[in-house]
Design a binder for this molecule. Structure first.
Ligand code: PEP
Ligand code: MN
Length: 369
């Protein structure tokens, strides 16, 4: 059962104290609190878990701090919509709003290689008005002998460069809980020049201990990639692990499914499910066209297939795009063949602008039906 409290209810409110005291004495019911930071107000939510079927809805609704009570289903308890289209979604981070209405482009290197390439990339992003990027320092590789990423040794200069070029947020994959601590330390040492979103890769979607560790903190939001060989439901449940531990700043990323039927694409592109994830949950939805399409192949119309796929995701309402770029793809240590080049950044952004405008126009058409 979900209890939405009156806006801006604080912990010291007598009404809140009275309400909490009543809830805590309910038999076989666990009380879990969540803070939701909205644009105009802060909302406090309380989840009652356990034997809630016997509870009287009206009685709970009459508690002084309670505005609204929603019975929630078993699945996606915290991140789910539960048939309530009005529930707010998303969060603020580094002065940016991440929700199901916004759109942020995270263009950058699949893997950090050297300061020159990172600087060229960040400089180009700044010149094009972008303040988010992707930078892989810890790379989960299929082959144990392949480059595994520079790890914590590159963090000081990556963060310094981020500060120099006004980068606000970096999406960075972590494959172990200790990486989060390394990032935390390096950010503090650099004077916190930017923020980091903890990316959980497709190979770790169901690494529950990693999810729980990232879920136990609230400093960094999480970007969870869909598992490439499990159902959508299983991946959404994995996202719920993050929230169940207390971190509901979660972005869900579609990145394609492993299947021979997707060939010649690297993965079967799954961006038709952008609206599905938005319907089932309140998470902002990201698309990763680079790891789904996986090549620089160009369609007969002159547009890269990767850009066509990105536009399809944006047209369907995607809220974030995670895309590989590299100043010199032939020199990239990871995934060079799918990286766009710096001179493709401007047309890429123009293309996305057109797709985004078309998406908003499409929504307007259907709103009056
Ligand atoms: C990545 O984004 O660098 C990556 C490895 O993606 P995925 O986990 O989707 O394969
Ligand atoms: Mn990659």
């Amino acid at each position: 059962m979900l209890l939405i409290l009156h806006p801006n209810t604080s912990e010291s409110d007598p009404d809140f104290i009275k309400t909490l005291a009543h809830l805590k004495q309910l038999p076989d019911v666990k009380v879990r609190q969540h803070q939701v930071s909205g644009q105009l107000q802060n909302l406090r939510e309380i989840y009652l878990l356990g034997d809630t079927l016997a509870l009287d809805l009206e009685e709970i609704e009459s508690l002084p701090a309670v505005e609204k009570v929603i019975r929630i289903s078993e699945e996606y308890r915290i991140l789910g919509r539960h048939k309530d289209q009005q529930r707010s979604s998303g969060f603020h981070y580094q002065g940016l709003r991440f929700d199901q209405e916004s759109l942020h482009i995270f263009a950058g290197l699949c893997a950090v290689d050297n300061p020159k390439h990172v600087e060229e990339m960040l400089k180009a992003l700044q010149a094009n008005g972008l303040s988010c990027t992707r930078m892989g320092a810890y790379k989960p590789r299929t082959n144990p002998y392949a480059f595994q990423g520079h790890g914590k040794s590159c963090l000081p200069w990556v963060f310094d460069l981020a500060g120099k070029y006004g980068t606000k947020v970096i999406a960075m994959e972590v494959t172990h809980e200790s990486h989060m601590q390394e990032i935390d330390q390096a950010l503090a040492d650099a004077g916190n020049p930017c923020g980091v979103i903890m990316q959980i890769g497709t190979r770790n979607t169901q690494n529950f201990e990693l999810l729980k560790a990232i879920g136990r903190q609230n400093t960094y939001p999480a970007l969870l990639k869909r598992g490439f060989g499990i159902t959508l439901n299983e991946s959404l449940n994995a996202a719920e692990y993050l929230a169940s531990e207390g971190n509901n700043q979660v972005i869900f990323c579609l990145r394609g499914m492993k299947s021979e039927f997707g060939a010649p694409h690297r993965n079967m592109v799954d961006f038709a499910q952008v609206p599905t994830v938005k319907r089932l949950t309140r998470m902002p939805v990201c698309i990763d066209p680079s790891h789904s399409v996986g090549s620089r192949d160009v369609a007969p119309d002159g547009v890269l297939e990767l850009c066509h796929a990105t536009a399809q995701g944006v047209l369907a309402g995607a809220n974030m795009v995670l895309v590989d770029f590299h100043p010199a793809p032939e020199k990239a240590l990871v995934d060079g063949p799918q990286a766009l080049t710096i001179n493709e950044l401007e047309p890429f952004l123009k293309d996305m602008e057109i797709a985004r405008k078309a998406y908003l126009e499409r929504v307007a058409v259907w709103q009056n039906v």
